[in-house]
Structure formats: structure tokens, C-alpha cells
Design a binder for this molecule. Structure first.
Ligand SMILES: [Zn+2]
Length: 560
């Protein structure tokens, strides 16, 4: 497969005549040093935690240019070392198991080929900056959609880092909507037919795309692809890439109505990442090192601001109503106030700790979400900028300045440069507050109340609507398993996350009528943690738990 002596790395992927869900990946290259090492990424941008891609790989082998087998040794979990002399031409091949259906995974069946190149393609150590080509050997009926540049039947990119940022979907059944803004084509590719979407889809996408581009002044790519994997079951996940995004959403039957706002919301969020993380990025990740953890404390910029503004743009552009936006803010506030991790870890340290368990619920109240508290902080920063500038600037101007500064310097931002920019936008009026928001603890209730007051948004406090959460501080799921305990609950020392209610007043929980229990002042609950069973008497008092600020957007409100 090596052509002449051009030092490119050639990849080929086949998905036919293989065991179900496997694809074959073949990599051909010239070894620029003796005993070349192939390696697979340890993580992927967008999810700052270690992955185990090597667990999907089997049946690897290496051959020289005469087809003779070369010895392959494994020294570390993500490394394959080939016994070959320098300048030898090597072909390395392996099978990759594609059965992880989420926005960062890979999937291969008779009707769908979907890969995240970073998850399945290895690179040659020390040769990461060599141009790469990719050929897909898929059934003829498969239509391929990807943002990867192509010349005739071959995809071409300038490096492995570039190659790793282009997800690919292919199927005989893909449908595509498209729209154009400033001569830039935007494509919405979907695995389900167009009848699953409302007629307004291209108009809605166009509206939020236009306003984001207007705010930044330019779009940094020549084209953009929304790759929608619409699933028959419930799912919600999106991952950003330089000129595309993969969205996994379901169930398909709900996309047109119930899930449509979710679809548009996640797409607006991912599009915003085209600037905010794909380009404007923490200095710690510039450049990306995909083979070891890269810690950074500014996750509230990448995910908090993107979460906050992703929704804000939909309200601002009129894609959805101000009632919808009010509801989104109230959901955000509930998620924030129900997160008692607010009292245990700052958002800066929660950002660095993404690498531990940032995407899992984890142990009770260990940390905060960079998405949720990040969006709360983004709102506080937005309001502070408005207030300090007499409403002539907003967080969108702050982001535009970050973008302009990136375009000039191509450098990443640091904790200090973000703080300095915020303080310049707010004339140093928030130095102490900002330090508290980013590096301190707490739910920032007073800061939020003040911000809503300034924006003329009526705010009040509301306890959870669920009976157990509201009166006893115990939040259960539908199986009556405790998900969270309000630290102010008098029962915090007696029951905890994972404990399950067996009986209430000696009646099996499945036989209890909640509306009748809600009338009682005291309940005898039998709990189990799987080992012990014990009883707790719950007494209703005037105290309420799981309390969150809730807002109402009115004609006078000055946010949208
Ligand atoms: Zn995001």
C-alpha cells in the first residue's frame, strides 16, 4: 500500500466479511526509527477522563513489505511495538469492536457504520505530525457523511491530531437537511428519515447558527456537519469536533415534539464549541496530548459558558419562547441547588477532578458539575458585566474578546488571563466575588438573588415537589432507592444514597398509595442497604428540603 517514498501514513477501514460489530483497521507507514511503536489515545477532547480504547482491539499483526509477519510486543496497555528496522515499510492491522452507541463511541452493524476516529485509530509514535490518508471500504450502498476533507475516494488530513477529530457515519439510509450562512454550508445528517423532524428544523438551526456567527464575527471552518444518531430508545449525548458534532438522541418517536427542544439545545451547545474549546482553549491543552491526562481548572469556561449561552441563544434568536427559556433556567437552578457538592469542592478543583469521576454521579456530594455550576457562574459573570458596563456589554462580548485574542495570538487562556479579562470588563468591581465563585464553596444563593434583582427577574425559593424530598430531605428514584439526602435533613445520619425503601407503615412500598401517605404526619420506613434492614420514623415538621431559587421572566425582565 505504500506509494513510492512519500512519508504519509495510510489508513484503511473495512467493515465487510468480519465477525459482527468488528471492523478491520489497516495502517501502512514507513518506520522513521527502528522498532516503531503504535499507540492508541488515552482520552478524547470533550471528555476529560481516561478511556480504555485498547479493550476493543484484538487480532493485531504486522507485516513487512514482502508480506512477512513481524513480531509485535506489548509494553504498555496502549502501546504495540513492532520488531522492524528503521525505514522499513510496515503494515499493521487489527480488529476493533464497535458496539458502544454514544456520541464518543463506535458502532458497526449491517446498516450503520459509525466511528469516532480517536477511539479506534492508532498512530505511530513520533510520527503524529505526518499527513494521513484514509480509505473506507464499506458496502456500496453506504453513504458516508463526515467533515473530513476528501480528494476523489481518499480522505486526506495533515496529521493524526487532525485525523482524530473527524467522526464518520455511513449508512444506506441517511437523510440530510442543509442551509447556508455567509457561503458556509451547514448539514444536518440523520439516521432517521425527515418525517421525524418538524418542518421548521432548518429555519431553527439557521437562526441559532446565524446569531452565534454574528457574535463572533466569523465562522472558523469552511463547512459544518451535525451528525444525528437518532435512536429507538432513550438517550442524550453530544460531542463537539472542529467542523462537526455527533449527537445521540432518542427515542426517535419523540424527536418531532417532546425531544425537539433537547435536539436544538444540544446542537446549539455543540456548535458553540466550534469557537469555545475547539479553538479558544485552555493553555494546558494547547496542543492536545491525547496520550496522557491534561489537567485544567477552567472547565467553567469550556462547558459552563457553552451550557449557559447555548440555551440563551435559542431564547435570544426566538427559536423558542421566553417561557421555554424561563423553564430552562429553572431546571438549571434546581440542578444547581440540589447539588450539595457545592459545599465540598470548588468549580476550579472540580474541573481538575474531571479526570477522576467528573462524568459520573460518584460518591455523595464530592464535587460540582462544570456544566451546572459553570452555567450558574456564567450567568453571574454575564450579569456582572452588564451591571458594570451600564448594560452596554454582556458575556457575549467577553467571549468575542477571547476569540479575537485567540485569533491574534493562537494561544490558550490561563486562569489568570480569564480573571484579568473578566476584571477588565467589570472595572475590578468583582475581584473578591469572582475568587469566591471560582475557588470557593457554596451555592451562591445571595449572588444569584442580587443578580436576578438587578435584571428585574422575580425570584422565590421553592422546595422539591416530591413528597419525600420536600418534607424529609430524601430524594428517591422511581424504584424508591435514595439518590440524594439533603444535608439539612434530620435523617442524614440514618439513611444514604443507594438505600432502598422496603415498607412504609408495614406495607410493601409497591402497595402504598402516595397521596394517602402525604396526609400523614409520621411514617415508619423500613430501609435496606442490601445487608441490613432497619426502621426510621419520619416526622413531618414545618421544615422543607431540597430548596431551589426559581424565577419568572416578565415583560420588565432585562435578560433576553
Ligand atoms: Zn459541551
Amino acid at each position: 500500500m505504500i506509494q513510492n517514498s512519500i512519508k504519509i501514513i495510510e489508513y484503511q477501514i473495512d467493515n465487510t466479511n468480519l465477525a459482527a460489530n468488528f471492523i478491520r483497521i489497516t495502517i501502512s507507514f514507513e518506520a522513521l526509527k527502528a522498532n516503531p511503536v503504535l499507540k492508541i489515545a488515552a482520552w478524547r477532547p470533550g471528555r476529560y477522563m481516561l478511556q480504555n480504547y485498547a479493550a476493543n482491539i484484538r487480532d493485531w499483526s504486522a507485516r513487512d513489505e514482502d508480506g512477512h509477519l513481524l513480531e509485535v510486543g506489548k509494553s504498555e496497555r496502549n502501546l504495540w511495538q513492532i520488531n522492524a528496522p528503521v525505514h522499513s515499510k510496515v503494515t499493521f492491522s487489527y480488529l476493533y469492536y464497535c458496539r458502544q452507541m454514544d456520541a464518543g463511541g463506535c458502532w458497526s452493524d449491517t446498516d450503520l457504520f459509525y466511528i469516532n476516529t480517536i477511539a479506534c485509530l492508532m498512530t505511530v509514535d513520533g510520527q503524529e505530525n505526518i499527513p494521513c490518508t484514509l480509505k473506507l471500504n464499506l458496502p456500496e450502498s453506504f453513504v458516508v457523511k463526515t467533515g473530513m476533507p476528501k480528494e476523489s475516494d481518499t480522505y486526506k488530513v495533515d496529521s493524526f491530531l487532525s485525523l482524530s477529530d473527524f467522526p464518520i457515519i455511513a449508512s444506506p439510509a441517511l437523510t440530510t437537511f442543509s442551509y447556508t450562512i455567509k457561503n458556509i454550508p451547514f448539514y444536518i445528517h440523520s439516521t432517521v428519515d425527515k418525517s421525524h423532524f418538524p418542518k421548521s428544523i432548518t429555519e431553527d438551526f439557521k437562526n441559532f447558527t446565524e446569531i452565534q456567527i454574528a457574535d463572533f464575527g466569523a465562522f472558523p471552518e469552511k463547512e459544518y456537519h451535525f451528525l444525528l444518531l437518532i435512536l429507538p430508545y432513550q438517550h442524550y449525548h453530544g460531542v463537539e469536533h472542529r467542523n462537526s458534532t455527533v449527537i445521540c438522541l432518542g427515542p426517535a418517536t419523540d424527536i418531532k415534539e417532546k425531544l425537539y427542544a433537547e435536539l436544538v439545545g444540544i446542537c446549539s451547545h455543540e456548535l458553540y464549541h466550534t469557537w469555545n474549546i475547539c479553538k479558544i482553549r485552555p493553555a494546558e491543552m494547547r496542543p492536545y496530548n491525547l496520550f496522557k491526562a491534561q489537567y485544567f481548572k477552567t472547565g467553567f469556561i469550556a462547558e459552563g459558558i457553552t451550557t449557559y449561552l447555548g440555551d440563551y441563544y435559542l431564547g435570544l434568536a426566538g427559536v423558542f419562547s421566553s417561557e421555554w427559556y424561563q423553564e430552562e433556567l429553572n431546571i438549571l437552578l434546581k440542578r444547581h441547588f440540589y447539588s450539595f457538592g457545592n459545599d465540598h469542592l470548588s468549580i476550579a478543583n472540580s474541573s481538575a477532578d474531571l479526570w477522576i469521576d467528573g462524568y459520573d454521579a460518584g460518591i455523595p456530594n464530592r464535587k460540582v458539575s462544570i456544566y451546572v455550576k459553570g452555567a450558574i457562574i456564567a450567568f453571574l459573570m454575564d450579569t456582572a458585566i452588564r451591571k458594570s458596563s451600564d448594560n452596554t456589554s454582556t458575556l457575549r462580548d467577553f467571549m468575542r474578546t477571547l476569540w479575537d485574542s485567540f485569533q491574534t495570538t493562537q494561544e490558550g487562556y490561563t486562569e489568570a488571563s480569564i480573571a484579568a479579562l473578566f476584571h477588565s470588563f467589570t472595572s475590578n468591581k468583582y475581584v473578591t466575588d469572582y475568587g469566591r465563585w471560582i475557588y470557593g464553596l457554596g451555592d451562591l444563593k445571595n449572588d444569584l438573588t442580587e443578580a436576578f434583582y438587578y435584571l428585574q427577574i422575580p425570584v422565590h425559593e421553592e422546595a422539591h415537589s416530591n413528597f419525600f424530598a420536600r418534607y424529609f430531605g430524601l430524594l428517591c428514584d422511581t424504584n424508591f432507592t435514595i439518590q440524594s439526602v439533603d444535608p439539612a435533613s434530620p435523617y442524614v445520619n440514618q439513611v444514604g444514597k443507594g438505600d432502598k425503601i422496603l415498607r412504609i407503615n408495614n406495607l410493601l412500598v409497591s402497595e402504598c398509595k402516595m397521596e394517602e401517605l402525604a396526609e400523614l404526619d409520621a411514617l415508619f420506613i423500613d430501609y435496606t442497604n442490601g445487608i441490613q434492614i432497619w426502621q426510621v420514623e419520619l416526622k413531618r415538621t414545618e421544615h422543607l428540603y431540597f430548596k431551589a431559587l426559581q424565577i419568572q421572566l416578565t415583560e420588565e425582565s432585562k435578560l433576553l
